[in-house]
Each structure stands twice: as structure tokens, then as C-alpha cells.
Design a protein around this ligand. Structure first.
Ligand code: F6R
Length: 364
């Protein structure tokens, strides 16, 4: 049942405020001011290293979580793609906690990587959407993301719910390791509780994104750029666009632009820049100038301050509500999804069942 939407993907994008709220409801106290993660979540003060492993969109959620665990909890994190991890057979130190992220809980490579960690890691935790899944059953502890069934092949609400749960874990780690003060924690939790409403405000950009997407639909390829926490999101934006619209898309960390990809820039290739006005924004502005100087068309996704600061030389801007930079990857997932969705609809591709893809990849 698409609940009045044209596609499951549209329905699942629209559900995000409510499912993110549900995920928060499961792991926060009723007044929302304390973390109430279940027993069995490790005491991160005793964890020496965290290894995160997943595939596809879930891997980008892990990459985002690396920034959170390192910045907020000063915990060393390693992130890997499951198909690489399992065959590389990396050495695992005994103080390692392994964390697997999977919507379906049945992805063959992720499951094989999990089995490799059994008997090697001190603890195996998974973050899943299907609590009865193989990955959940074979973990020491499975945390559900509470996103509800996801039918569209392109993952949307599962991604933002994965991010939400991973951020809560990172906050627990920060607390356990004494790296976050009560005030900062309260701030971040209140930002998280406000996220569903912030998402609804951001949803007001839907029609504008639809109009921009009609122009993107004619592009042969697109580039996504982001720095820091926005880099994994740029990767996710490019994956979403290529898998449902079949437009070739690549993502780079903004600072890598001049190390090669800038050679691709011309007026036919739109460059999507995901950049809230944070501490690194000035650097992103200079990257955008480099693109514009070569005739590149920039679609800037930022907040009001960022859009003002970038000036009116950019091709298009999408203004999102202000949010704490730590929470920005969750909010900025929405325009990334909407850009891909409306571009695919404009091209007339099969949004919910893109060619060659399956919802659950149970063979390698
Ligand atoms: C992309 C997408 C895939 C999955 C990947 C992992 O939109 O859906 O990249 O994220 O196949 O699947 P799970 O999370 O079920 O392990």
C-alpha cells in the first residue's frame, strides 16, 4: 500500500519524520533527556577499537558513524565494505567491538564478515531493520532501527534510522568515555528530538527540488561533493542518483577535487554540494569557486547562512533549516533522496524496482 504516494520510495521518504521519532522513542527516556539503550550495549570505556562493516547504503551509514565515534567519543574506528573485509581476513585485536549494519539482516557478504568476527571480536553488535534476520540472530546484541518495512529497492528511511541509532550509540560512547558534558549532550538530544519537525520543514523544499530535478534529468553525469560528515552523505547521494535514475554519479571529498576530478568539470556536469554553514564552510566556498571558474553548474544544499555566504553565482540553491552540524547528515539525507527520486521520475525509470537490483542481496 503506497498510502496515496506514486511510489513506495516516495512514501518511505515521507515516513521519515515518524520513523525517526519511533527509533528515538525506543532508545530515549520518555522525556527524551536520557539515553536508554538496552542492556548488552558495551561499556565503551572498555572498548579499544570499533570495527564497522556493511554494504552499500548501510556502509555509508557506517562511514558517517566513524566521524561521530571519533569526534564525540575519541574512539578509534575502522570501517570496511563487507565483501572486502571478509576476504582480506584482517587481524583483530581482542579489545575490538564489531558492529554490523544491515537493513535486511540477510546480506550475504555482511553475514560472512560477521561470522569471521565470531570468536575474534570481544563483542558483536548489529543494527538491523529485521529483528528475526540471520545477522540479528548471530549477533551478541541486535539493535532494531524501527523503520518499518522498506519496499523500495533504494534504501531511504532505513538509512536515516540507521544514522539515528548509530548516533545514539556514539553519544553513549561519548558518555562512557567522558568526552561529552551534560550540557552538550542535552543539546544534541534536544536537536535529535526536534529532527522529525525539522524534516517536515525541509520537506517544504519538495516542489523546488522537483523543478531542479527536471533539469538534472538531462545530465549525462553528476558529481557530489561534501566535507567531513557531509562526505559520506555525498557518497550516498551519488549512489541514490545512479541506482534509480541511471545517471552516472560520483562523489568526492571536497578537498580531493583538485587531485583529479576537477578535470571532468564543464557546463554539462552538475555538481551537487552538500554543505551546511559549519566550521569548514569557507573551504567549501573556495572549492565551489574552482568549479564555477571552469563553467561548472553548482547545486548548493545548505542552510540560510550558507546560501547567503555562497552568493548568487551558484546555479541553484536548496535552503534547509538550521541544525546542529552533528545532526546534519541525517537531515541532508532528505534532499539527497528527493534529488534522486524526482530525477528518476522525470526520466521515467522504474523507481521502486530499478533494473538489475534486488532488495536483499543474499548471494555474493
Ligand atoms: C542502496 C541499497 C543497497 C543496500 C545494500 C545493503 O539504496 O539499498 O546499497 O544498502 O545492499 O543492504 P542491507 O542493508 O540489507 O544489508
Amino acid at each position: 500500500d503506497k498510502a496515496g504516494h506514486r511510489h513506495f520510495m516516495a512514501k518511505e521518504i515521507a515516513e521519515q519524520p515518524s520513523v525517526i521519532g519511533a527509533a528515538l522513542g525506543h532508545y530515549l527516556s520518555s522525556d527524551g533527556t536520557c539515553l536508554t539503550l538496552p542492556e548488552g550495549v558495551p561499556d565503551f570505556a572498555k572498548v579499544e577499537r570499533l570495527t564497522l562493516v556493511a554494504c552499500g547504503t548501510a556502509y555509508y551509514a557506517c562511514l558517517t558513524a566513524k566521524y561521530w565515534f571519533e569526534q564525540l567519543a575519541r574512539l578509534p574506528v575502522e570501517v570496511d565494505i563487507a565483501s572486502e573485509f571478509r576476504y582480506r581476513e584482517p587481524p583483530v585485536s581482542p579489545g575490538t567491538t564489531a558492529l554490523f549494519v544491515s537493513q535486511s539482516g540477510e546480506t550475504a557478504d555482511t553475514l560472512a564478515a560477521l561470522r569471521y568476527m565470531q570468536g575474534r571480536a570481544a563483542k558483536i553488535v548489529s543494527v538491523v531493520n529485521v529483528p528475526e534476520s540471520s545477522i540479528a540472530r548471530e549477533s551478541d546484541l541486535a539493535l532494531s532501527i524501527h523503520a518499518g518495512a522498506e519496499i523500495g529497492v533504494a534504501s531511504t528511511k532505513a538509512f536515516t534510522c540507521q544514522l539515528t541509532v548509530l548516533l545514539l550509540l556514539a553519544l553513549k560512547a561519548a558518555q562512557d568515555r567522558g568526552h561529552v558534558g551534560a550540557e552538550r549532550l542535552a543539546d544534541l538530544l534536544s536537536g535529535l528530538r526536534a529532527l522529525p519537525a525539522t524534516f517536515n520543514t525541509a520537506m517544504e523544499r519538495n516542489e523546488q527540488i522537483r523543478a531542479i530535478a527536471r533539469q538534472l534529468a538531462t545530465a549525462p553525469s553528476a558529481l557530489f561533493l561534501g566535507r567531513g560528515l557531509m562526505y559520506p552523505l555525498a557518497l550516498e547521494g551519488a549512489l541514490k542518483l545512479k541506482e534509480i535514475s541511471y545517471i552516472h554519479a560520483e562523489a568526492y571529498a571536497s578537498g580531493e577535487l583538485k587531485h583529479g576530478p576537477i578535470a571532468l568539470i564543464d557546463e554539462t556536469m552538475p555538481v551537487v554540494v552538500m554543505a551546511p554553514c559549519d566550521a569548514l564552510f569557507d573551504k567549501t566556498v573556495s572549492n565551489m569557486q574552482e568549479v564555477m571558474a571552469r563553467g561548472g553548474r553548482i547545486l548548493l544544499v545548505s542552510d540560510a547562512r550558507g546560501v547567503t555566504q555562497a552568493g548568487d553565482c551558484v546555479w541553484q540553491t536548496i535552503t534547509l533549516p538550521d541544525t546542529d552540524p552533528i545532526l546534519a547528515p541525517i537531515l541532508y539525507a532528505l534532499p539527497a533522496q528527493l534529488i534522486a527520486y524526482h530525477t528518476a521520475v522525470a526520466k521515467g525509470t522504474d523507481v521502486d524496482q530499478p533494473r538489475n537490483l534486488a532488495k536483499s542481496v543474499t548471494v555474493e
